[in-house]
Design a protein around this ligand. Structure first.
Ligand SMILES: Nc1ncnc2c1ncn2[C@@H]1O[C@H](COP(=O)(O)OP(=O)(O)OP(=O)(O)O)[C@@H](O)[C@H]1O
Ligand SMILES: [Mg+2]
Length: 311
């Protein structure tokens, strides 16, 4: 079973999820055990149909497991009833999905205000906080527009603003870049990365896109309903792990400040694994965010699918 520690934010314990259909039973999650460390950038990855969304929905209290427990900061989520869980969600986390759900009759600003209305803020207070949130994602000038009139990338930025408006410690995102082109996808990833580095938010991201694994500090690979944990730092003390994460963050900051000198995925991976400088490779490709991708590394940790954005 996964071991809880003071550094643990979420503990997933012996979770099973079965869907009972007319003619068959789907074992979507099979004895899943792992922890999500506080302030980590955790990525859940795996092939289509492997159980990623089911797992994420279970973690946030939307999908009761058939058996097992999800414990967030000591609270057994499914010991609460559905209303209490909704309340817990509203206080604890912000969510971003691949497809956005908007109240179409409301403006961008009003949609971003929604979580604050639920928390009892007045209209005026909520509008001020929501504008600040829109500013963080560079979307203030669209405040009075209807969200459905915006491009996919712009809508995803507004969705991020809505997820962070109530200042939750945990941001959960299910394939937030799934419908976006590389440029907009990288921008969303940079926003998530900033929320993790600068504001110390815990991020849980579900993605197919293995290109983004290099941004994570912790990974959960899921295959056919079974999960395996990988923090990229086996055999290290917690001090060494912290040092490694610090170096990774410095590298990412450098990358942001000088896009022309972006580290390659191989360099970031070598930082994570503690190895020396990687061998130069001519096959690298630089994405819009300045992340360099080596096509030959498209299969990371045994997952055979290719990153969506790599040509
Ligand atoms: N509500 C449901 N009823 C029945 N089966 C379901 C339900 N939700 C998911 N499943 C099944 O559970 C399994 C895992 O589905 P899930 O949506 O979690 O996969 P995923 O890894 O998120 O896939 P994708 O990458 O395509 O989004 C699949 O076999 C799916 O058909
Ligand atoms: Mg899914």
């Amino acid at each position: 079973m996964a071991e809880r520690s003071p550094e643990t934010l979420i503990s997933v314990e012996q979770v099973e999820k079965k869907f009972f259909l007319d003619t068959e039973t789907v074992d979507a999650l099979k004895n899943v055990n792992f922890t999500i460390p506080k302030q980590s950038f955790s990525i859940i990855y795996g092939p289509s149909g492997s159980g990623k969304s089911t797992l994420l929905n279970t973690i946030v209290g939307l999908e009761p497991p058939t058996s097992g427990h999800v414990v967030i900061e000591g609270q057994d989520l499914y010991a609460l009833n559905a209303d209490q869980r909704a309340n817990f969600r509203a206080r604890t986390l912000g969510m971003v999905y691949q497809t956005n759900y908007w109240v179409n009759s409301l403006t961008v600003l009003e949609n971003v205000c929604m979580p604050l209305f639920l928390s009892g803020y007045s209209k005026k207070q909520a509008a001020l906080i929501a504008m600040e949130s829109l500013e963080m994602v560079g979307m203030t000038k669209f405040a009075k527009k209807r969200p459905t009139l915006l491009s996919g990338g712009q809508q995803q930025r507004v969705s991020m603003a809505r997820a962070i408006v109530a200042n939750p410690d945990l941001i959960v995102a299910d394939e937030p870049t799934g419908n976006l082109d590389t440029k907009n996808g990288d921008m969303i990833m940079n926003l998530l990365s900033d929320l993790n580095h600068k504001l110390h938010k815990t991020i849980i991201l579900v993605t197919h896109n293995l290109e983004y694994l290099s941004l994570s500090t912790h990974r959960v690979q899921i295959k056919d309903g079974t999960a395996a944990e990988d923090d990229g730092s086996y055999g290290l003390t917690s001090e060494q792990k912290k040092e490694k994460i610090k170096r990774l963050q410095e590298t990412l900051l450098k990358q942001k400040n000088s896009p022309g000198k972006a580290p390659t995925i191989a360099e970031i991976t070598s930082l994570l694994s503690g190895a020396g400088s990687p061998a130069p490779n001519n096959q690298d490709k630089t994405t819009q965010a300045g992340i360099q991708v080596n096509k030959s590394q498209a299969s990371v940790d045994g997952v055979s699918q290719k990153p969506k954005d790599v040509a």
